[in-house]
Design a protein around this ligand. Structure first.
Ligand code: GLY
Ligand code: MN
Ligand code: MN
Length: 444
């Protein structure tokens, strides 16, 4: 079980501030209900390590299963209410310390806290008479049914004015807008996550040699993550040798790494709940051959051009447009596409080689929350946002329209980028990335 106290880099006052900000966005006469994660089972009787729901963690720092947060702005007897497990010797013997409602108030700054076993008796009374319920319907279907049963249990009495809320409002958009902008404390944690990933990728450059299994590199990555205090990878590591790199979500990691191939490694640590997301593509024998180098340079150009577009005032699609242009231009120069570059971009001629987008928001979730468009227009970058930039070129073995020497090659380069006041800061800078840097790192 996780430690009882909130994370040290995000203090109680920051969690409290987030709840206040969210409550300030809520309409008058409303209530918000937010369930945390439940224990999940991997196999019969065997639990996964607990990982709190990101929204719930963001608002509470309370990382125990089965809790429910209730926010009732302007409520005289307390606005912030937590339902959580009670302390029980037996439970604690098996799973470690439980905070319990009494200590939750003090340690987590709750106005009130109750045993979650009593929620059916207490919550309908808190909901009744409120005009609006903020709730993320559709996220946890079991909890959806409970919310509906609580609403149904509220008596309708027109004379006394008691009735269930007439309006259900999706909580997500309000909360996710807050999560999109990272505080100083969050940026510190994201930097640490990025640094741990950097160490892991550099260790892999050190170890890699022909004949190793893909999972040996995965093991080295996980070892470095764990050794450096990240409890987990932020997502299953991708270690794809040769043509496996063309399978976008390849996680089997069970093949031998072959002399003369490239290996694509997409792996990032999760540190104190915040993700990093890093890809490097390396020559298994330490040297890019000319064909691999020609494709690698295009992806690197595209990635640098995309990162250059990540700055306040530019919009979300500008990095993607820059990457697509550079990839198309490079493929024309190599003779893999023919025609006018601008026209090929407009026709999407690059799509057989580059089928995904150039990035995503990054934070508590790897593919973090936050809108990419506002009122149909691409969102403009602002200070405090963090995203990945990850263009690639993938040429599967069955790409018959492509000369044979280019087939079976997949290359992606991915970094994590913070938008600053006047530009950006690459959180994962320092991990060898140019051909020269990688070959030098691997020669050591
Ligand atoms: N590792 C998943 C991604 O790059 O988005
Ligand atoms: Mn990735
Ligand atoms: Mn990514």
């Amino acid at each position: 079980m996780k430690s009882m106290k909130p994370s040290s880099k995000i203090g109680l006052s920051e969690f409290d501030g987030r709840r206040r900000e969210l409550m300030a966005l809520m309409e008058p006469d409303s209530i918000a209900v937010l369930p945390g994660s439940q224990v999940q089972y991997r196999t019969q009787g065997v639990q996964y390590r607990f990982r709190q729901d990101s929204d719930f963690h963001y608002l509470t720092g309370f990382d125990e299963p089965g809790a429910v947060l209730v926010l009732i702005p302007e409520r005289e007897y307390g606005e912030v209410i937590l339902f959580c497990r009670e302390r029980e010797d037996d439970l604690e013997r098996w799973h470690g310390s439980v905070t319990g409602p009494e200590r939750a108030m003090q340690l987590y700054g709750m106005d009130d806290a109750f045993p979650v076993e009593d929620i059916d008796d207490i919550l309908p009374g808190l909901i009744e008479g409120r005009a609006r319920l903020y709730y993320a319907m559709g996220t946890y279907s079991d909890f959806d049914s409970r919310v509906i049963s609580w609403l149904n249990s509220i008596p309708r009495n027109n004379r006394s004015g008691i009735e269930p809320p007439g309006e259900l409002i999706q909580l997500g958009p309000f909360l996710h807008e807050l999560r999109l902008f990272k505080s100083g404390g969050e940026i510190d944690i994201l930097r640490t996550a990025a640094e741990i990933s950097a160490k892991a990728h550099m260790e892999v450059m050190n170890l890699l040699s022909p004949g190793m299994m893909e999972y040996e590199l995965e093991a080295a990555l996980l070892y470095q993550f764990t050794l450096n205090g990240a409890g987990s990878a932020a997502y299953p590591s991708i270690v794809g040798g040769g043509a496996n790199a063309c399978v976008y979500h390849y996680i089997d990691n069970n093949q031998t790494l072959v002399d003369g191939d490239l290996v694509l490694i997409d792996a990032g640590s999760e540190y104190e709940y915040y993700a990093s997301d890093v890809t490097r593509t390396l020559p298994v024998n330490g040297q890019f051959n000319p064909v691999q180098a020609s494709l690698y340079k295009i992806v690197l150009n595209a990635q640098l051009a995309a990162i250059h577009q990540v700055k306040p005032g530019n919009h979300w699609n500008q990095p993607h447009e820059a990457a697509v242009y550079e990839i198309t231009r490079g493929l024309v120069e190599l003779g893999l596409l023919e025609g006018n570059v601008q026209r090929l971009v407009e026709n999407g001629a690059y799509k057989p080689f580059y089928m995904h987008r150039t990035g995503h928001w990054l934070g508590l979730d790897v593919h973090d929350v936050g809108e990419y468009r506002i009122d149909g227009e691409w969102r403009v970058f602002e200070q405090g946002m963090v995203c990945s930039i990850e263009p690639g070129i993938y040429i599967p073995e069955n790409a018959e329209h492509v000369p044979v020497e280019f087939r079976g090659i997949g290359i992606r380069i991915e970094d994590n980028v913070l938008i600053t006041g006047n530009g950006n800061s690459v959180l994962t800078a320092g991990i060898p990335k140019t051909i020269e840097e990688i070959e030098q790192a691997m020669a050591l």
